[in-house]
Design a protein around this ligand. Structure first.
Ligand SMILES: Nc1nc2c([nH]c(=O)n2[C@@H]2O[C@H](COP(=O)(O)OP(=O)(O)OP(=O)(O)O)[C@@H](O)[C@H]2O)c(=O)[nH]1
Ligand SMILES: [Mg+2]
Length: 314
């Protein structure tokens, strides 16, 4: 029987142990995408809820009992012979000792090692999502002193992903602040993305964050960065970011915000509907706080981006 145009809904688990390592297994040689590495999981049965399928598949394939699972990302991918909806969950607590119940090879690896293994094509955004944290802080400041102070407050809150969006400073001050922020980020293993008018040769940042205008002017992914992200406000911009192969996007505004009083908020429902069409980790931004994380995850987002919410003490 031909599988052509088959639509499969698949429950997939990114399982983490107490050290934050991730479990990967190798697909059987003769299976679809055989021999490649994967995150354990499998097809939903008729009328089976996705979380139940996740628990069943992870028990069958790697012998664990899921205790805590939160949504990570949904991927729609067409392999030509079949269409898959990969419904991917972070499994942060489980009982039992993982083992390859079907005789498959299995490894526990650090998130940064994921790129050393070959996964099916659909997994590229899953890997980015698994490597990214839930919070993305945007650093602003009206003076060098204020920017540096804000940076220290953000890092003290445990943020591991930071966008440098300091504008309107004399170039010499901007460069000095950038150097100081860079150094703090290196010391504290924080990934830094630059969204500022700095001369390219002074920017030794790991990442680049494109404004929506810069995104639309790009025809290919900028070279040489560990992370490239973009600010988006609608489906067109999100699709452009995905087509360029960017690592993630920020979508705004979700709620009303004092910093952009004229912008119409998208709301949670529109966020969720937009994300159903996008295979990219997306942070929700605009009028949100850290307490909105679960709501953002339920809508299919990677997490929360923000400015002021990361300045306040936890
Ligand atoms: N489990 C899993 N499946 C993936 C991943 N990436 C990906 O493209 N797939 C695709 O999702 C589809 C379903 O997965 P599966 O073969 O694990 O389904 P299953 O466990 O129910 O297999 P079975 O038919 O042997 O019972 C396959 O076409 C597979 O290629 C991944 O990371 N994990
Ligand atoms: Mg499977």
């Amino acid at each position: 029987m031909s599988n052509h145009n088959q639509h499969l809904h698949v429950a997939v688990g990114v399982i983490r142990d107490n050290d934050g390592r991730i479990l990967i297994t190798q697909r059987a040689k003769h299976a679809h995408q055989g021999g490649l590495w994967e995150f354990p999981g499998g097809k939903l049965e008729a009328d089976e809820p996705v979380q139940q399928a996740l628990a069943r598949e992870l028990a069958e394939e790697v012998g664990i009992q899921v205790e805590t699972a939160t949504p990570l990302i949904k991927i729609n991918h067409d392999y030509g012979d079949r269409h898959v909806l990969l419904d991917v969950w972070n499994v942060s607590a489980f009982a039992g000792q993982a083992r390859g119940c079907e005789g498959q090879a299995m490894r526990w690896i650090d998130a940064e090692q994921l790129k050393e293994f070959t996964f099916p094509a659909a997994n590229i955004p899953i890997i980015a999502a698994a490597q990214l944290p839930h919070y993305y802080a945007i650093l602003e400041g009206r003076s060098a002193t204020e920017a540096l102070d804000n940076c220290q407050r953000i890092l003290a809150n445990g943020v591991k992903l930071l966008q440098f969006r300091v504008k309107s400073l004399p170039i010499a001050d901007l460069q000095t602040v950038f150097e100081q922020v860079s150094q703090l980020c290196r010391q504290q293993q924080v990934s830094l993305l630059v969204n500022a008018d700095l001369p390219v040769d002074t920017v030794n940042a790991q990442g680049l964050h494109l404004s929506s205008r810069a995104l639309l002017a790009c025809h290919e992914r900028p070279n040489g960065y560990r992370w490239v992200a973009a600010s988006c406000h609608n489906l067109d911009e999100l699709q452009h970011a995905e087509a360029l192969g960017l690592d993630f996007a920020v979508l705004a505004p979700i709620q009303a915000t004092a910093s952009h009083p004229d912008a119409t908020p998208l709301g949670w429902q529109a966020l969720s509907e937009l994300l159903d069409h996008i295979n990219l980790p997306v942070f929700a931004l605009g009028g949100l706080g850290r307490h909105d994380l679960n709501r953002a995850l339920a809508a299919g987002a990677q997490g929360i981006a923000g400015i002021s919410t990361f300045l306040a003490a936890d």
